[in-house]
Design a protein. Structure first.
Length: 318
């Protein structure tokens, strides 16, 4: 339970006197307590007017070092796409506001402009401005990706549509067993024409006469940079959130997070290892996908539905 400013006054008794430094420190303590910056473990000690905050300096330094590593590829992406620091700074301000609001709500507090301002250091006017910024464009891109992957997964795992060796195609139209029926079942409100265009652009299918031919199960947009960038944001965020979850989670609640690495691989064997990873990882992901398809609900609005993901990545130092 946070200490009250009155408790602190009582604790230091006659030491305070009329010392303006101590009075100012007590005011700071009350403000910190109000926005719940400090709890008893972060008690600010005041001795003859000198403030000695118990700061977790090492942890904060480690956090900043980790953030710097994470931000470097993001900064390179910004530079490659003509974005300066001002654009990234604006985005960070918006994310601070959103995350502060979520944190307050989670702690059963009102996410008012004043409370968010206290947590983030931004002015209330700036908080109000940032809360009005819309992210609808990225939401729409994310929805298109989800629907495309659901259609591809349904094609592979649903017995009505599963391709057989040597054919891997569906008739474009038809009440059942067709590409049109597949999109109606798994594509949400996306039309057959729009889904065909989306999957054609990404290299997953091609239209041959009145047949839609299956080319690849992996949905990686080739001619839609917004969707490709959305994959970057979604997948990297999921990995980072998994790492952050495991830092403080109880051992029984930790999520699977492993990797193998070596700085001593012979360069002549790099291509062979890359081929091994691609082949075996795809087999494993297809097994996971088949299991998920057999255990998912049909309606995404079902209260029993939840989102899960398993990702595999290959990294090499270039």
């Amino acid at each position: 339970m946070p200490l009250r400013s009155a408790d602190l006054c009582l604790g230091i008794g006659g030491v305070t006197g009329n010392n303006p430094s101590v009075i100012k420190a007590l005011i700071y303590w009350h403000v910190y307590r109000h926005v719940q910056f400090c709890h008893h473990q972060n008690l600010i000690l005041i001795i003859f007017g000198i403030i000695f905050p118990k700061m977790k300096a090492r942890t904060q330094h480690a956090v900043l070092a980790a953030i710097a590593k994470t931000l470097r590829p993001i900064v390179r992406l910004c530079l490659d796409n003509g974005l300066g620091h001002a654009a990234l700074t604006e985005l960070l301000r918006q994310i601070f506001v959103e995350e502060a609001g979520s944190a307050l709500t989670k702690d059963n507090q009102k996410a008012t402009g004043s409370a968010i301002s206290g947590l983030t250091g931004l002015s209330r006017k700036e908080v109000a401005r940032l809360k009005s910024v819309s992210g609808d464009d990225l939401v729409q891109v994310s929805e298109r990706r989800d629907r495309a992957t659901r259609v591809l997964s349904g094609w592979v795992n649903d017995s009505e549509f599963s391709y057989t060796a040597g054919t891997r195609s569906l008739p474009l139209q038809g009440e059942s067993g067709s590409f049109n029926a597949l999109v109606k079942r798994y594509g949400g409100d996306v039309t057959t024409v729009a889904m065909l265009q989306l999957l054609s652009n990404s290299g997953n299918v091609e239209l041959t006469g009145d047949k839609v031919v299956f080319l690849s199960e992996a949905y990686i947009p080739r001619q839609a940079p917004l969707e490709t960038l959305n994959i970057l944001g979604t997948d990297s965020a999921e990995l980072l959130n998994t790492v952050l979850h495991n830092i403080n989670a109880d051992p029984s609640q930790k999520r699977f997070q492993r990797k193998v690495a070596t700085p001593l691989l012979r360069k002549q064997d790099l291509e062979a290892f890359r081929h091994l990873v691609n082949k075996q990882s795809m087999v494993l992901l297809e097994q996971y996908d088949a299991w998920l398809a057999a255990h998912q609900v049909t309606d995404s609005n079902n209260a029993e539905a939840t989102y899960v993901a398993v990702g595999i990545y290959f990294y090499e130092n270039v």
